[in-house]
Design a protein around this ligand. Structure first.
Ligand code: CA
Length: 228
């Protein structure tokens, strides 16, 4: 690898921050660390990391707020929350704030590295079509945006990948298990509920009436299907 991927680690426990830095550097990543939310927001802007590992409980502003701030200037960088909380409500709140994924403490560094590698494998440049038309929406796969009418919204890494997968199989049901395996790469987390939450967010962006979807359709007891 000629250029190293940069990971921003936001963690206020010095031992854990140092452990993550050592382990990730050993794996060939460039690692920036900081212990406060404010620093994280600043570094995300100036350093443009390839991924952010974000602790939920920070001394100044919490991980949810950091997430929202980072998303304001960068709709795409994958954000993995490091959280001691495993409550579903916290996860949903994090997803609403713009996080893509969770690692619940205590986690193994091996699992974290595997997930990062999976993310970077999927963000390699592709030569295929760069836009998808779904109903009234135009999804730009390289700019990570979704335009509907005069509204342009940013899409996160997982949202882009989920749409790409459904679009590759347009008209066919895609199971939740396949979505988990192909998009998140590991079966342990996240849960089916995580996928459902992503679908809810995408429907708000794509559908004319999100409660009566015409494009991202539920296949009950199985998964989802895209109709153009
Ligand atoms: Ca903490």
């Amino acid at each position: 690898m000629d250029s190293k991927k940069t990971i921003l680690v936001v963690e206020d426990e010095p031992q854990l921050a140092l452990g993550l830095k050592d382990a990730l550097e050993f794996e060939g990543f460039r690692v920036l660390t900081c212990g406060t939310g404010r620093e994280a927001v600043g570094l995300a802007k100036t350093e443009r990391p390839h991924a952010v590992l974000l602790d939920l409980m920070l001394p100044d502003i919490n991980g949810y707020q950091v997430c929202q701030e980072i998303r304001r200037s960068d709709g795409f960088v994958p954000i993995l929350m490091l959280t001691a909380k495993s409550q579903e409500a916290d996860k949903i709140r994090g997803l609403d704030a713009g996080a893509d994924d969770y690692v619940t403490k205590p986690f193994s560094v091996g699992e974290l590295v595997a997930r990062l590698r999976a993310i970077f494998r999927r963000t390699q440049p592709r030569s295929e079509t760069q836009t998808l038309n779904i109903g009234e929406a135009v999804v730009n796969l390289s700019a990570h945006t979704l335009q509907r009418g005069s509204t342009v919204e940013s899409l996160s890494f997982y949202e882009v990948e989920l749409l790409r997968l459904l679009h590759e199989r347009v008209g066919q049901p895609v199971s939740r298990d396949e979505i988990l395996n192909k998009i998140w790469g590991l079966e342990a987390t996240p849960t089916n509920r995580t996928i459902d939450n992503f679908i809810v967010k995408l429907r708000r962006k794509i559908e004319r009436s999100p409660d009566k979807p015409e494009h991202i359709l539920t296949v009950y007891g199985f998964g989802y299907k895209l109709a153009l």
